[in-house]
Design a protein around this ligand. Structure first.
Ligand code: GLC
Length: 689
């Protein structure tokens, strides 16, 4: 059953704020929800030991979310550690798979085997205590108990996801070039830095589709400006890159610099488009450019105005953007900083002891992303007729979503025929229709490669298909082996971008010694593109997942249900990436017989049928290891040795070769289109191969 809306129940609590996450709303159910008991400020239910709790999209910890406390509150959180509770996205979807109790059941009642999805649609803060306080209990609390709750049941986790995705509408589809390799750095400081990246890739025959421009391309970090000194020849840079078939992808930040004479600031101020403080004055915060105002993305008129500004770059040949700092991130607010300085002045006179010393350090550290600041500014939200204004914290999780929506809606007007690459750091479910996300400021840590792997299916459930992590890791210094392992998984993720932070070791591919291995990994990405694009498009158009946990398919297999560092890709493949240092291979769990495929330098080197069970597989650096399910085939672009891929345009999507496993293999449903226009159609564009 694909997304039968009838199987979804919708409940309303209090006076919910419209988020526009759900497109297709069933009627409100008057009866009470069977599975969740109401508490004063939320819900709770029993959670039997073996029940898996999938969901929560972008968040820390495992695919099974049990055993921790998560806070849904979009956060500028550069430390994706286990002890954190929130990252940049707020994805309030849970999927319980396994034993579930009806809420009226008594202690001795027997549980039922179920797959149930819950979407808690509210833009404010939620705390999900998933077996954290009590191992066998889940508790969900809301700072404002006003929400729409959607509950969907299915025969399988896949069915639940399809029903959910049907509710929230089709995922964003980027242009095909956005599946190519992208190189980024905070920051390429000059146009020549960008040229150098392109030249080095060309010299070493390393494919490249895009170079990302971080904040240095702007004039003192002002949105929609170009730094004249270092990017004075911006138009020729764009042109040269175009000639080399490379796309430039600039960053856009949420905060607009306060500066007289800067037109975006002047216009926003004059028209009243910025968020206001309690006295109705434009709210002032500090971000990259220093003092800024936040455009009121929730105000329809302001959103339209901000979105239209992207034309300043699309007019100059830009066709891709990344929206950043849109949780929104706040280094400090003018108001709060004053308090901090006043108190520090007092502390200066004291003999700092254990209390006052830590108070002082806490004051400075606590000045960024402070909840008090989120409670001190206001929006004019068009979806709240009758209300003059709404306090930011109550709609906090919508800000990044609506910023990205601003851009996407503008593109529909500016370049209606063309797909534009767009992804964001902050997000809420609903934003998946307007853009993708990257997984934020990870670190060059092995544990973050594992986190990247685990996040893929959780994000897919929530509709975020175009996604990927900063390959190599953003913060901290990368090592060559970590970079190659990151890439070896990253070749499967729709967004494949290498990005790293200011002050860290340079991470461009051409700077490393193992050139053959790196080239081989990249070649494999381009050979996989016909398949990856096809799988992506089918997942987007059918509302399915590209990456699934093993437990979705091998539901009766206890080991598969507990395996979190292997994933299924499409119906065909299983991936088992190496994610630990100094490991030349790894144990792999095969939930069924599969054909193991080893690719080296982009060529198939070895294939072997492996039986069900555990096996140790050698995976030296640079080898791409894929497990093909029985009764399936994997289409690949022609052998890389016949072609030198410079970028996605060199991939021949028509002449494919196949790796196959099984005696009777049904045709592969191959989706292919021009990758540029919006003529999406399963009927027209699928061929059976
Ligand atoms: C934020 C982004 C990061 C970017 C940096 C500078 O930390 O997450 O990707 O490089 O800002 O713009």
């Amino acid at each position: 059953m694909q997304g039968d809306i009838k199987m979804v129940k919708r409940y309303r609590f209090g006076s919910p704020i419209e988020t526009e996450a759900v497109l297709h709303k069933p009627d409100i159910t008057e009866r009470e929800c069977e599975w969740l008991k109401k508490s004063e400020d939320g819900f709770f239910c029993r959670l039997p030991q073996e029940t898996i709790v999938y969901g929560l999209g972008e968040s820390i910890r495992g695919i099974n979310k049990r055993g921790w406390l998560y806070r849904s509150f979009c956060s500028d959180e550069p430390e994706h550690r286990e002890d954190k509770q929130s990252l940049y996205g707020a994805h309030n979807f849970l999927l319980l798979s396994g034993d579930v109790y009806r809420k009226e059941d008594t202690e001795d009642a027997l549980p039922e085997q179920k797959n149930i999805g819950f979407f808690f649609d509210t833009p404010g803060e939620i705390v999900f205590d998933i077996g954290y306080t009590k191992r066998d209990r889940m508790e969900i609390t809301f700072s404002d108990f006003d929400l729409e709750l959607y509950v969907m049941e299915g025969e399988s986790p896949d069915e639940v996801v399809s029903a959910f995705r049907e509710l929230i509408g089709r995922s964003y589809i980027p242009p095909k070039w956005a599946f190519g390799y992208g190189q980024s750095r905070w920051s390429y400081e000059t146009a020549d830095d960008v040229r150098k990246v392109a030249e080095e890739h060309k010299r070493l025959k390393l494919p490249l589709d895009s170079v990302y421009l971080d904040i240095a391309y702007m004039e003192r970090y002002k949105d929609f400006t170009i730094d004249e000194k270092n990017f004075g020849d911006f138009d020729s840079l764009v042109k040269e890159m175009k000639e080399n078939r490379i796309h430039l992808v600039p960053i856009i930040d949420a905060g607009v610099k306060i500066e007289e004479g800067y037109d975006v600031y002047e216009e926003g101020k004059e028209k009243g488009y910025f968020c206001k403080d309690e006295n109705g004055e434009d709210f002032t915060v500090g971000v990259w450019p220093g003092k800024c105002h936040f455009p009121d993305m929730l105000n329809e008129e302001a959103r339209h105005w901000f979105g239209d500004k992207y034309h300043l770059l699309t007019d100059r040949g830009i066709d891709g953007f990344w929206n950043d700092m849109n949780e929104p991130a706040i280094f400090y607010s003018e108001k709060h900083l004053k308090k901090v300085f006043d108190r520090i002045d007092e502390l200066k006179k004291e003999n700092l002891d254990v209390d006052t010393y830590f108070e002082m350090t806490g004051l400075v550290a606590g000045s960024s992303n402070n909840l008090e600041d989120h409670k001190s500014f206001y929006h004019q939200y068009s979806e709240m007729p009758g209300e003059d204004r709404i306090r930011h914290d109550k709609v906090h999780n919508l800000y990044g979503y609506y910023m990205t929506r601003a851009a996407a809606e503008a593109f529909e007007e500016l370049v209606p025929e063309k797909r534009i690459l767009l992804f964001s750091r902050a997000s809420y479910i609903g934003m998946h229709r307007y853009g993708g996300i990257w997984q934020g400021d990870n670190m060059s840590w092995w544990s973050h490669l594992l986190l990247n792997i685990k996040m893929m299916p959780s994000l897919n459930m929530c509709g975020f298909l175009y996604t990927g992590a900063d390959l190599g890791g953003f913060g901290a210094d990368v090592t060559e082996d970590l970079l190659i392992r990151f890439l070896s998984f990253g070749i499967f993720t729709p967004l494949m971008r290498n990005h790293s932070a200011l002050g860290t070791r340079r991470q461009e591919l051409y700077l490393f010694e193992k050139k053959e291995e790196i080239l081989g990994v990249l070649k494999m990405r381009y050979r996989l593109l016909p398949y990856l694009y096809s799988e992506f498009m089918k997942a987007a158009l059918r509302g399915t997942m590209m990456f699934r946990p093993l437990g979705f398919v091998y539901r009766e297999d206890r080991i598969a249900r507990q395996t979190e560092d292997q994933l299924l890709l499409g119906e065909e493949l299983m991936l088992a990436p190496v994610h630990e240092q100094n490991q030349g291979g790894r144990p792999v769990y095969l939930p069924e017989r599969m054909k193991f495929l080893r690719f080296r330098k982009g060529e198939l080197l070895e294939e072997e049928v492996l039986e069900r069970g555990y096996t140790f597989v050698e995976m030296p650096l640079g080898d791409i290891c894929i497990f093909l399910r029985e009764g399936h085939k994997l289409p690949l672009a022609e052998s890389a040795s016949h072609r030198n891929f410079e970028n996605t345009e060199d991939v021949d999507y028509d002449n494919l070769v196949f790796c196959e496993f099984g005696d009777e293999i049904p045709d592969y449903e191959y989706y292919s289109d021009d990758g540029e226009t919006k003529e999406y159609s399963l009927e027209k564009n699928i061929r059976m191969l």
